[in-house]
Design a binder for this molecule. Sequence first.
Ligand SMILES: Nc1ncnc2c1ncn2[C@@H]1O[C@H](COP(=O)(O)OP(=O)(O)OP(=O)(O)O)[C@@H](O)[C@H]1O
Ligand SMILES: [Mg+2]
Length: 326
Amino acid sequence: DEGRGLEIVAAAADEPGTLIGTVIPPHSPVLDELLAGRPVFVDDSATDPRMITQVAWRFGPSMLLPLESGGRVLGTLAVPREPGAPRFSEAEKSLAARFAAQAALALVMADALHDRERLAVYEDRDRIARDLHDLVIQRLFATGMTLQSARRATCEPEVAGRIGQAVDELDATIAEIRTAIFALQQDPGEAQAGLRTRVLRETGIAAAALGFQPSVRFVGAVDARVGERTTKNLIAALREALSNALRHAGASRIEVTVDATATLAGGCPAVRLTVADDGVGLPREGRRSGLANLRRRAERLGGAARWGPGIGAAGGGTALCWTAPL
Ligand SMILES: Nc1ncnc2c1ncn2[C@@H]1O[C@H](COP(=O)(O)OP(=O)(O)OP(=O)(O)O)[C@@H](O)[C@H]1O
Ligand SMILES: [Mg+2]
């Protein structure tokens, strides 16, 4: 990494433990050469002024070879000899350079394979999540509606009570499935990515389906201030809002704002997500499922969610405003 130097992460030596973790600091002369893709040959590591790590004095002649593939430097292969050992010959140098090129290729291939496997898993999980959302939840909803109209139709209080219970059960089941969907959609590697990256990833994915890129604005130090639990929930809310805008709004413009300098009604510091579109606007009445769910998520964190007019001409469209403590 250009900003952080190079760290020794693997060593084949008698005492690898004493080498691993050694850092070649950023902007050292050797590092600049290596990052430019050029090998560095040193006649004596112990005395060469370019060798500035605390382990260099233990070695004699050294070769430092960039592991480069497709113009990207993945790391460095260091091949040192004992102090006083003969220098590397031209033949040895060129052999080592070729070996480094092949090693880099092997690293890239292994990486690509790993990515492909991960992608396959995610695609599968996505499909399951989509099926649960589009098929199972919608059907449970429809069943709930049928039951509710049956309840209104009966004049037997006992029957009405039982039907009411069944509807509650269905609601609880839907909530559980939603939690499972949410878990399925979490990328295990995603926990390391900051809020900013994750927001941009979501809007990027939505852009492909929408045919235009939502605008995104960040206010304040969103990565540093917002905790993991709130981040996860905010991403779920953003995903729901974008999916609504895509499916219901017919919008031509979407503006996403993440403001880490907001406050809650009580004065508690908070993060506010706003997703505004210029589409047809929310119907006044009607069922709320995804929206109700994201409001519940906000409230569970001690926050709030509300919706109102969006950014269409004359106050048209929908804006969702989702706030939770940092
Ligand atoms: N951005 C929007 N623009 C216009 N109408 C919307 C928008 N978001 C939601 N709606 C309307 O509000 C209704 C409720 O939205 P909600 O997200 O709660 O449920 P849903 O999207 O229909 O179902 P689910 O979220 O479970 O897939 C939608 O059915 C749709 O009619
Ligand atoms: Mg929805």
